[in-house]
Design a protein around this ligand. Structure first.
Ligand SMILES: Cc1ncc(COP(=O)(O)O)c(C=O)c1O
Length: 400
């Protein structure tokens, strides 16, 4: 294999922007070009980069590796399944086995279909809601991937943009305003259960009540929370039952799999759709998901994640108390964010300084995104990371 600088040169030459995933760009992760672009190995909570540096990682593949990297039980399930083949002209019998497991775990889900990515699963849930209700508008709060229906980027037709209206998370009156201003009832309301903070009970109730009253499909995007907050995801944790749920990321231990599940009555409208994906039922990911979800349940992984996450989150809060002028903390223990105040002078310069110091001390923290603990993180990992972070904030605080 080439040396790291040659790999990076090739990336710049052959891949527009140098990376296929925007959130994995070095500058997006760490605030500057400094920092590792490629991993060599990943095991537990640790990854090594191409120059042989070791890091305790709190990015955990953008939340996809809830059990830690390369969990041996999941790895064995993948290897065993590989002997049978990966995809064929026929479906894998693992599909119904995994579907039943998901139905048993998530309180609102009666039936399941599989796809590969979160963005795809969200798009399918939106199409399904439109087919079920014969309506077109969508109300949304959160991030649902890069597909047209939820984005206002260049390349998205204006007609499509105008059909999807965003409301503020945890703000019932904004939700009601946006709802009342629509020319007709929407097909769906889609939201993430956590956007920088836990959901308020009254906010969830307002949305649930309106959706029930007006026959609107309520979609909960549990991409981040699914195999993280508990075996039944955020819907069980916050006792909030949607009509449809999308899950992905953590469900397959890092293998590419996403699912849409929900009430049978709504899922029946699938027969009106043509959602067909050659590799959706690929067997290695199905085997990985079965192993991951069973491991998650049997080992009560969510309890470890909540405990370790609470250490990290409380540590972030202590830093924010010590350096309130420059620090911003958000999220919940299971997915938490610490960053420099967005309006501070020379933000970019100090961000680069902060995350460079954290990296060179052997930790990956995300500059502007959630940090995730996994089943593989220990109290020592968290204590050591917090010490480094505290010193870095202290140094920056003295310069501002
Ligand atoms: C809540 C949520 N929905 C959807 C997506 C899109 O998932 P994917 O990147 O697998 O397409 C993400 C990705 O971060 C997400 O966090």
């Amino acid at each position: 294999m080439d040396d790291p600088s040659r790999i990076q040169q090739k990336a710049k030459k052959y891949i527009p922007g140098g990376f296929s995933t925007e959130s994995k760009r070095t500058d997006a992760l760490f605030g500057s070009e400094f920092g590792p672009a490629y991993f060599k190995t990943a095991e537990g909570a640790e990854l090594t980069d191409y120059e042989g540096n070791r890091y305790i990682d709190f990015g955990m593949a953008l939340g996809a590796c809830t059990l830690g990297y390369n969990n041996p039980v999941v790895a064995e399930a993948i290897q065993n399944e590989l002997k049978n083949g990966i995809v064929t002209t026929l479906s894998s019998p693992l599909e119904p086995i995994l579907a039943e497991l998901i139905v048993d775990m998530f309180p609102s889900i009666e039936q399941v279909r599989f796809l590969k990515t979160g963005a795809e699963a969200c798009s399918a849930a939106i199409r399904l809601s439109r087919a079920y209700t014969y309506r077109e508008y969508i109300l949304m709060s959160g991030y649902f991937g890069w597909h047209d229906w939820s984005n206002k980027d260049a390349g998205v037709p204006i007609a499509t943009r105008n059909l999807c209206i965003e409301f503020l998370f945890n703000d019932s009156s904004d939700f009601l305003d946006k709802f009342n201003n629509l020319p007709e009832y929407p097909a769906a309301v889609i939201l993430e259960p956590v956007v920088h903070e836990a959901p308020k009970r009254e906010f969830l109730k307002t949305i649930r009540d309106i959706c029930t009253k007006c026959g609107i499909v309520l979609i909960l995007d549990e991409m981040k929370t699914g195999a993280r907050l508990g075996p039944g995801g955020a819907q069980e944790y916050y006792n909030f039952l949607p009509d449809l749920t999308v899950i992905g990321k953590g469900i397959a231990g890092g293998m590419p799999l996403a699912a849409i599940g929900g009430k049978k009555e709504i899922m029946d409208s699938w027969r009106k759709l043509w959602i067909c994906s050659t590799l959706a039922g690929e067997a290695l990911s199905l085997a990985a998901a079965i192993a991951t979800l069973k491991f998650f349940k049997e080992n009560r992984v969510h309890e470890h994640i909540e405990k370790m996450g609470t250490h990290l989150y409380n540590g972030f809060k202590r830093i924010a108390r010590d350096f309130p002028r420059i620090t911003e903390v958000s999220g919940i223990p299971q997915m938490t964010m610490i960053r420099l105040q967005r309006d501070m002078p020379n933000l970019k310069h100090f961000e680069a300084e902060l995350f460079t110091e954290v990296l060179t001390s052997g930790f990956i923290l995300r500059r502007n995104g959630y940090n995730y603990v996994s089943y593989a993180h220990t109290e020592k990992h968290i204590r050591d990371c917090l010490n480094v972070l505290h010193s870095a904030f202290e140094r920056i605080s003295k310069q501002t």
